[in-house]
Design a protein around this ligand. Structure first.
Ligand code: SF4
Length: 288
């Protein structure tokens, strides 16, 4: 399916969401996938709302992008903050960076700083929209484009579920959509600053998120996912291909600086397979 066809399919789905599931809202994390949806929704779907979650630990580059989106589209995306009392109690009991100490403390931090205000943001909505893609993580392979979110009690739509990484960057390039500057510094997936790092050659595209944890369980609670007994960590061969691409991109950034991913590169990743390509897409997945 061509990119134009994929865009058409996304538009059909969003038409349906706007018509049949009002009020609906797009949970915008300002990752690359979400910038595709930001562009489509801001330009074509005035009746679909947007919101974002500020954990209090976001990188500065994400705030810069929020400002850029406001300037570009004339919208100020509503920001939901965590309950101060919850954060204060957590930090008082565990310290400011306790998420490094155990999976339980990490999930607890995510719950306090993300999950609680997600519930508030979704209050009164009939549907929410995410930028999840199936190939981002083992926990996302079995998701459906439209499914009932029993945890939050409303329908959940993921219009980009079957888009490849190349599709995302081809779209951003074609429509000159702004994106987070960290992507050009080797950050494949961007969330909170202390829990996100740039990836290195040979690493999986989601390796920079909670890198100290098992990839099979790396979700923050916003998207619980469906774990599969057979779900395997991405193969060594695939990791190698992605690493080559990461190295190529990092080298390009050093040589050319940030040029919004328009350089021609030798390789691209599509459906997890190394191919020759025309887009200078950094390695990106959605936060969350
Ligand atoms: Fe806390 Fe890290 Fe989760 Fe952000 S990503 S909410 S800092 S554990």
């Amino acid at each position: 399916m061509s990119l134009d066809q994929k865009i058409t399919e996304v538009r059909k789905l969003l038409d349906k969401v706007q018509a049949d599931y009002a009020p609906a809202a797009f949970a915008n994390s300002f990752g690359a996938e979400d910038m595709v949806l930001t562009d489509i929704i801001a330009r074509h779907y005035p009746d679909i709302g947007m919101f974002t979650l500020d954990t209090g630990r976001l990188p500065e580059e994400t705030y810069s992008l929020m400002k850029e989106v406001a300037d570009r589209y004339g919208i100020r995306v509503p920001v939901y903050f965590p309950d101060p009392a919850g954060v204060e109690a957590y930090v008082a009991q565990n310290g400011p960076n306790a998420f490094y100490d155990s999976v339980e403390l990490r999930k607890s931090c995510c719950h306090i700083r993300k999950v609680e205000q997600l519930k508030r943001a979704l209050g009164g909505k009939r549907a929410w929209i995410t930028g999840l893609r199936r190939e981002q993580a083992p926990t996302r392979k079995d998701l459906a484009q439209s499914e009932f979110d029993a945890v939050n009690g409303l329908q959940k739509f993921s219009p980009l579920l079957d888009w490849s990484l190349s599709d995302v960057w081809a779209y951003l390039k074609q429509f000159d959509v702004p994106y987070n500057a960290l992507h050009d510094k080797g950050y494949a997936s961007i969330g909170c600053a202390p829990c996100t790092r740039a990836i290195t050659p040979g690493e999986d595209i989601r390796a920079g998120r909670w890198w100290w944890e098992d990839p099979e369980i790396k979700e923050c609670g916003l998207h619980p996912g469906k774990r599969r007994a057979s779900a395997s960590v991405i193969s060594v061969e695939k990791k190698s291909s992605m690493g080559d691409l990461a190295l190529s991109q990092q080298s390009q950034s050093m040589e050319k600086g940030v040029e919004k991913g328009v350089e021609k590169v030798e390789e691209k990743v599509e459906d997890g397979v190394e191919k020759k390509g025309e887009h200078g897409e950094p390695l990106v997945t959605s936060p969350g």
